[in-house]
Ligand binder design. Sequence first.
Ligand code: 13P
Ligand code: SF4
Length: 360
Amino acid sequence: MAQTQTKTGQRKRTAKTAEEKYGVLEMPDLTYTPEIAKATASLYEKVRHHIPEIEWPVHAPYVYWINKLKKERNAVILAHNYQTPEIYHCVSDITGDSLQLAREATLIDEDIIIQCGVHFMAETSKLLNPEKTVLIPDMKAGCSLAESITGADVRLLREANPGVPIVTYVNTSADVKAESDICCTSSNAVRVVESFDSDTVLLIPDEYLAQNVAKQTKKKILTWKGHCEVHERFTAEELLAYKETDPAIQIIAHPECAPSVVKVADYTGSTAGMIEYATSRPNGSKVLLVTECSMASNIQENSPGVEFIKPCNLCPYMKRITLPKILDSLVYMREEVFVDPIVAARAREAVERMVNLKPN
Ligand code: 13P
Ligand code: SF4
């Protein structure tokens, strides 16, 4: 039986674990057979620019068995735009930015969600689907932003700023979401902030996202000192040096970058916004994606006429998710994401308020 920690610290027996409910399977034979070569040939075409032919026999059996077991288990694979090309193109059912994945999570029919992304994304899926089984292939897939703040910190902020609405970036734990009025993602932060009548809004924990939003609203934005360890590494100097080599290069930045970086960018937006902007450039364009570098590899396939320049900052947490771990999830039904039901109920409200916010 699964156990959850209640507010009073008692451990409570809850519903069956995924392992108890669905049982474990035998690990399939991972030999690269002619049947597997044939079944995965069209998928290889989508990643051939990133995976040398000589390496495909290592990946193909995983791809084959993940896709087969996914159907047998009635599972769906949600993958963030930062996942590696073999996950993004060969085994995922739904890809997107944080908002798209949260929205899609509310529309899923399958019994089991395998979240290929980081822990806060899996928690968000669980919050929106409390009856479903949510698995993350590696529980250690964290996030520097999510780790920068706790629920207790948010309670102190509320005490110190009475009456000020608290907007929490979706890159946070369920504990933090539970203490906030509403969540936001990088694609809707301005709209969420503006949905309040108050002149002052707390937008936490990403300091740079808050500073970038502050430039697009008349409201006074208070924030926290959290940073994304991938995006904080980019500097305006480094980007301007690229522009010097070729002034036609379009710089496309994520709003988790410092305002000085956003200032030199031609476009700033969520990963979905960046993809839309980059892939709609005319043939012959050169774009520099100021974000996690798997994303350029993932979208290159659909934009053969665009040259992607990739300053390669990898997110070590996103990269914990691999094909062998996804297969382990399907075979052994692990690692299951649980959220304390009391925390979940409050966190769900904050996420649902965001998901249900009407577009402008
Ligand atoms: P979005 O995909 O929502 O833009 O978020 C980027 C990110 O850093 C997620 O970890
Ligand atoms: Fe967190 Fe940054 Fe990695 Fe996204 S890219 S998961 S914000 S550390």
